[in-house]
Design a protein around this ligand. Structure first.
Ligand code: GDP
Ligand code: MN
Length: 396
């Protein structure tokens, strides 16, 4: 589950990570009130207005603007709220902005130039350990840094039994070229950040930029937080931070029906039982020259009701031009699935895309007979490859 920047920052702050202070606002008037309140607290009259959507690259898309007075706060917040923000990380349609974060301007002048670093905490799936990735080259072009100058990105792997050790936090500060106050601040920042990551069962923290202010404070100016959905049951307070408006509506609906569904860009709808078979099915569709429209695992008990629910979900995607049903009858018998497919087909009534059904396992032969004699526009296949080829045939 993803958090908004302001929610992520509140989470970090509760673990003692220094953050750029801010107040979230739903309207231009609320934005002005927020800015006044921040000025009272911080003394600065300058504020950044930041679109709150679940996508990075907001700065590049015009979703982060600097306001030098309250009139500008009002004007810019009014512009950003309600806009369709298109960034390198959104789809071409962009994302609707419902709220903005009004934050204190922390790039104020002083003894030193403010400096931007990059820092993330994530699981290295190769080694099975958490790691901290960081770079002196923070800011809006970190993707380019990773591509062109990967040696400028450092990593620190953490032993799960020992946790982040003090010398590791010092190494991070050292590699970032810090000394004096900023060095100490950074070791505190890294330690608190790592604690927050572990304690909140996060799967990704990305703080870009981490800022060294002109007076040597280290703080999070941005936050991208992904929490492990499977651990949310033990973080009821965090689970409440979910913002359904940011999610794909078909995925939300599928989730409520207990279906494991991920929307993709292709045109072949897939209905499969078991995540492994679903992955293999997507691979095979690709290999046969097609493009899957979704990942969908209907689960072990593919009964008529679930098949019907899955059909409806798949058909909500206007790009779907054919549906491949690939179900292994292990726990559930194939003839029952076949009957489920036929019943669902009749119940829904107006299915206009061709359907290819491959059922393997217990009573597969009876299932094939049922499908072939159903009189419906449903093709049956026995072999995996045959099914993928039939999909290509009906599409061409
Ligand atoms: P992103 O583009 O979605 O990653 O959004 P960020 O929160 O990282 O903001 C984008 C950029 O805005 C940052 O890289 C900073 O350069 C700039 N920015 C953020 N906060 C401030 C601020 O307080 N003052 C100034 N002058 N710039 C800021
Ligand atoms: Mn950023």
């Amino acid at each position: 589950m993803n958090l908004h920047e302001y929610q992520g920052k509140e989470l970090l702050s509760s673990f003692g990570v220094r953050i750029q202070r801010g107040i979230v606002a739903q309207s231009a008037d609320e934005a002005v009130e927020a800015a006044k309140k921040l000025t009272e607290e911080t003394g600065t009259g300058w504020h950044v207005i930041k679109a709150q959507v679940h996508a990075g690259g907001r700065g590049k898309g015009g979703g982060v603007k600097l306001a030098k007075n309250l009139d500008e706060v009002k004007e810019l917040a009014g512009q950003i709220i309600g806009m369709n923000l298109i960034t390198p990380q959104t789809s071409a349609e962009g994302k609707k902005v419902h709220q903005v974060l009004i934050a204190e301007d922390v790039y104020y002048p002083g003894d030193n130039e403010p400096e931007e670093y990059y820092m993330s905490v994530l699981l290295n799936r190769g080694t099975g350990k958490n790691m901290i990735m960081y770079s002196t080259e923070g800011g809006m072009d970190i993707e380019q840094v990773a591509e062109e100058t990967p040696h400028l990105i450092f990593t620190e792997e953490i032993n799960p039994a020992l946790g982040l050790l003090p010398f590791q936090a010092r190494r991070v500060a050292f590699n970032l070229g810090l000394s004096g106050t900023a060095f100490k601040e950074m070791t505190k920042f890294v330690s608190a950040l790592y604690t927050a990551y572990v304690k909140s069962d996060a799967s990704l923290f990305e703080i870009n930029p981490v800022l060294k202010t002109s007076d040597d404070k280290i703080m999070a100016v941005d936050s991208k937080v992904t929490l492990d959905g499977n651990a949310l049951f033990r973080h009821k307070d965090l689970a409440e931070l979910r913002d359904i408006r940011e999610e794909n509506p078909i995925e939300v609906e599928a989730g409520e029906l207990g279906l494991n569904y991920v929307d993709l860009d292709g045109n072949v709808g897939c209905m499969v039982n078991g995540a492994g078979l679903a992955m293999a099915t997507m691979d095979l569709i690709k290999q046969a020259g097609g493009d899957p429209a979704n990942f969908l695992d209907v689960g072990g008990t593919a009964d008529a009701a679930r098949v019907e629910a899955a059909f409806k979900i798949i058909l909500k995607d206007p790009n779907v031009k054919a549906i491949l049903i690939n179900i292994f009858g292990g726990i559930v018998r194939c003839d029952r699935v076949a009957q489920g497919v036929i019943d669902a087909y009749k119940n829904i009534g107006n299915i206009s895309v061709p359907i290819i059904v491959r059922l393997q396992g217990t009573n597969a032969d009876i299932a094939k007979e049922l499908i072939d004699n159903s009189g419906l526009d449903v093709l049956s296949a026995t072999e995996f490859q045959e099914a993928a080829d039939k999909v290509q045939e009906v599409l061409s």
